[in-house]
Design a protein around this ligand. Sequence first.
Ligand code: AMP
Length: 194
Amino acid sequence: MRIILLGPPGAGKGTQAKILVEAYGIPQLSTGDILRSAIAQKTPMGLAAKEIMDRGDLVPDEVVNGIVSERLDAEDCKPGFVLDGFPRTIPQAEALDAMLEEKGMELDGVVEITADPDVLVDRIVNRARETAAASGGAARADDNVEVVRNRLNVYRELTEPLVGYYKAKGLVKSVDGMQSVEEVTAAIRRVLHN
Ligand code: AMP
């Protein structure tokens, strides 16, 4: 199963990706997680990405394309993968098409998780507070109100056009993300098996 999860920040992509990982025994490929881990390890890529991510902007396409291309070659991606947070721009989607073709892989579907933009800012900021309280650590640097608003604008401008891009390929399956986690999971399973 090769799936892309598409949707605005806070729609629940990460949560659903983890559930799909369990259900299908495939890895979650989150470019955000890979970049955060590069920041934690202070690699040159992490150091270059940190400021951009803290603002809620997108790191350059070449950087994430390289991460994904390398990751797709790993043994654990043979049975499939869930892409979470990639692609985020049309050029990234075109690069992914080229990569998949070169590797002889085909997408099974692009699951669009829709959400009401008005509730997303609250959702993300509350999630950040809860995570920070639970871990006793700091919230994600890009989870404050101003940055979240920027992330949503960036989504609308650069990422939302991907819905049309993949609709033209007949791959989009939309799911209402404003339900409980369990209901969203059930809806995803339904659309993937139809
Ligand atoms: P996420 O964890 O998916 O919300 O990503 C957090 C941040 O990482 C984003 O706001 C971007 O700055 C960066 N990022 C993650 N994935 C991508 C991508 N595919 N293209 C560009 N920037 C990305």
